[in-house]
Design a protein around this ligand. Structure first.
Ligand SMILES: *[C@@H]1O[C@H](CO)[C@@H](O)[C@H](O)[C@H]1NC(C)=O
Ligand SMILES: *[C@@H]1O[C@H](CO)[C@@H](O)[C@H](O)[C@H]1NC(C)=O
Ligand SMILES: *[C@@H]1O[C@H](CO)[C@@H](O)[C@H](O)[C@H]1NC(C)=O
Ligand SMILES: *[C@@H]1O[C@H](CO)[C@@H](O)[C@H](O)[C@H]1NC(C)=O
Ligand SMILES: *[C@@H]1O[C@H](CO)[C@@H](O)[C@H](O)[C@H]1NC(C)=O
Ligand SMILES: *[C@@H]1O[C@H](CO)[C@@H](O)[C@H](O)[C@H]1NC(C)=O
Length: 445
């Protein structure tokens, strides 16, 4: 809709106003490094089916897009990527390797990382043209204090999920990744497979088997000081133990009972005496809204119970899911993440020797990798077809020059799934087959 042209006297007033505002803005910004203002509308080449309020040219369009209705659009994923001190390089690499213009990304470095690492993330993201145009990568400026063993990590994850709900109203799944994770399929593969699935499925490793965990992890009363002190400090243990809850049943991820020595450069996990299986999960938007905006009280009461528990991050989501009658049919007992264990059942780091197993597992992600391990280069070359410092080329990438492989963009709704989609499909068929789906869902052992 267009307004009728204003009369000449109002035009003069507008002109004066505009010039004054511009001068003021110039003065205001002259003390900051110059960077282009972010576009306040959807890029018409990446998102031809979204309403766009202005024409926008910073690259060439090769193909005109086909006619599509929005309900045929593939799904999209909201990623929350968290790391610690010295993780900014790994987070940028992970971001490139899982980048797709349809998705949303929120990057978080906990407060053990210096501010300059956060600035580095923000500046890098701003300098990548496609990320700037799609406006889908955000960095949390004010960090949370996170103790990996305590409940502050659940609060940080819910914080990230809440921001993502607010930032974007149309993502379908939420995935929580750490800087030690890496993809094993392209986003085109993953989005393609997800587009065949009901949007309310949740992929969460869970078990109700308690065993040795009861005394070591579930009964101690602990205080996570990251919840109330400004500086990082150790968790402390109360002298009393408490009984297990009987108002609901606890479900947990996988635990590893024995001592664990982290490799020296592997800072995120360094302070762990024992380690929990990765708490990565793939959660439906409906479930995330249930936890954050819902009117049922379990997500809140459980959060308060867990504030004095160890390993709450591997308990929270599975327990809410399995104790909610409206959600317990939507859980798949697999997080689509490959991890390997050593002879003592400890999660171990992955190397080039694991490459075949990683790929053949059909998983969407693998964990845990050492920074810049050669196996990551192999995954970039063999699986993702990704050049160093560049996003994975997908259906949206129409071509480019020798130094920038994807400078010409097309419709971001067009996916080009590759062999990764076949592998993921096989895993999905196995997981969703009649025998395994229902029979491993929220089972009381
Ligand atoms: C696009 O879709 C609209 C209605 O959905 C239809 O009227 C129009 O002819 C289509 N255009 C093309 C090029 O297919
Ligand atoms: C940070 O990481 C880089 C390489 O990723 C390494 O060379 C450096 O020693 C690390 N610094 C600290 C303080 O761990
Ligand atoms: C999300 O991932 C981060 C990084 O791996 C982890 O510390 C946190 O516990 C996870 N949160 C949940 C609720 O799984
Ligand atoms: C889901 O909850 C309902 C009601 O509490 C229960 O009858 C059903 O067995 C549960 N299903 C699973 C898979 O746990
Ligand atoms: C999650 O569960 C699947 C299937 O039980 C298993 O293969 C995988 O190793 C588990 N992942 C983690 C991180 O525990
Ligand atoms: C799975 O089970 C349902 C009912 O339990 C049945 O209708 C359906 O045909 C089964 N599907 C397969 C592939 O066996």
């Amino acid at each position: 809709m267009q307004n009728s042209p204003p009369s000449s006297s109002t035009t003069t007033v507008y002109t004066i106003l505009t010039i004054t505002t511009l001068l003021f803005l110039l003065l205001f910004f002259s003390s900051f490094p110059t960077s282009p203002p972010p576009p306040s509308f959807s890029d018409p080449y990446l998102f031809p089916h979204r309403p766009s309020t202005a024409q926008y040219h910073n690259h060439q369009l090769l193909f005109t897009t086909t006619n599509k209705t929005t309900n045929q659009s593939p799904p999209s994923i909201a990623y929350f990527i968290s790391g610690s001190s010295n993780d900014s390089g790994r987070i940028i690499r992970l971001l490139f390797s899982i980048y797709h213009p349809r998705n949303q990304y929120l990057l978080h470095l906990d407060s053990s990382a210096p501010q300059k690492e956060r600035d580095f993330l923000a500046l890098t993201v701003q300098s990548v043209k496609v990320m700037w145009s799609a406006q889908n990568v955000n960095v949390i400026g004010k960090s949370d204090l996170v103790s990996p063993k305590g409940s502050s990590s659940v609060s940080s994850t819910l914080h990230g999920a809440a921001i993502l709900l607010k930032l974007c109203s149309d993502w379908d799944w939420f995935i929580n990744l750490s800087a030690a994770d890496y993809p094993l399929v392209t986003q085109d593969d993953l989005l393609h497979i997800l587009s065949y699935l009901p949007k309310d499925l949740n992929f969460v490793n869970h078990t109700s088997y308690i065993g040795w965990k009861e005394s070591r992890i579930l009964k101690p009363v602990v205080v996570d000081q990251s919840l109330f002190l400004a500086e990082q400090s150790e968790i402390f243990y109360g002298t009393q133990k408490r009984p297990l809850p009987d108002a609901y049943r606890l479900f947990t991820g996988k635990f590893s009972p024995l001592g664990f020595v982290a490799p020296p450069r592997w800072r995120v996990f360094e302070s762990h005496k024992w380690v929990i299986g990765s708490s990565t999960s793939i959660l439906s938007r409906k479930f995330v809204e249930f936890c954050i905006l819902g009117t049922e009280n379990l997500p809140r009461t459980l959060l308060m119970y867990l504030s004095n528990s160890l390993a709450s991050q591997s308990i929270y989501f599975p327990t809410v899911l399995c104790n909610s009658p409206q959600l317990n049919k939507t859980v798949v007992n697999h997080n689509l993440l490959y991890s390997a264990y050593d002879a003592k059942h400890q999660p171990r780091t992955l190397s080039s020797d694991d490459l075949d197993d990683l790929i053949n597992s059909g998983s969407a992600f693998g964990s845990m990798f050492i920074p810049d391990d050669p196996v990551l280069d192999h995954i970039d070359q063999k699986v993702l077809n990704r050049g160093q410092g560049l996003p994975v080329p997908g259906g949206w990438c129409l071509g480019g020059s020798s130094d920038e492989a994807c400078s010409v963009w097309g419709d971001a709704d067009v996916l080009k799934p590759g062999p990764g989609a076949k592998r993921l499909e096989q895993l999905m068929v196995k997981l969703l087959s009649n025998e395994s789906f229902g029979s491993s869902q929220c089972i009381v052992e």
